[in-house]
Design a protein around this ligand. Structure first.
Ligand code: HEC
Length: 90
């Protein structure tokens, strides 16, 4: 009985650790998801994906979109700019 409970506990902790490390994975997938969820509302995503910009330019673009009304906070903006500048760089 005790052994079964210990195994469940260890298994649970292992699962939680695995899920957390997936979620914290470099911000790449998060930036992509945030981009896909927020940047296709006023125009198509290809408005952005057809461009190549430096990191500074992407940061400026994302901030400009935020000012236009994109529903993102500063952390989201950073993740999106990081993702775009990694994926669509000059
Ligand atoms: C509230 C509406 C809105 C949202 C949300 C929005 N955009 Fe835009 N975007 C616009 C408008 C309007 C234009 C065209 C006018 C302009 O370029 O200023 C535009 C133009 C652009 C352009 C082309 C101009 C340039 O600077 O290269 C890019 C790239 C772009 N958006 C990227 C994004 C990204 C990335 C996001 C998500 C963070 C986003 N947009 C979210 C309204 C929006």
């Amino acid at each position: 009985m005790l052994k079964a409970m210990t195994m469940t506990l260890v298994g649970g902790i292992f699962l939680i650790t695995a899920v957390c490390s997936l979620a914290a994975d470099k911000g790449g997938p998060n930036g992509k998801t945030l981009f896909e969820n927020n940047c296709g509302k006023c125009h198509n995503l290809d408005r952005a994906t057809s461009k190549k910009k430096t990191k500074d330019e992407w940061q400026a673009t994302v901030l400009r979109m935020k000012q236009k009304g994109a529903a993102i906070n500063d952390d989201d903006a950073k993740l999106i700019a990081d993702y775009l500048s990694e994926t669509y760089k000059k």
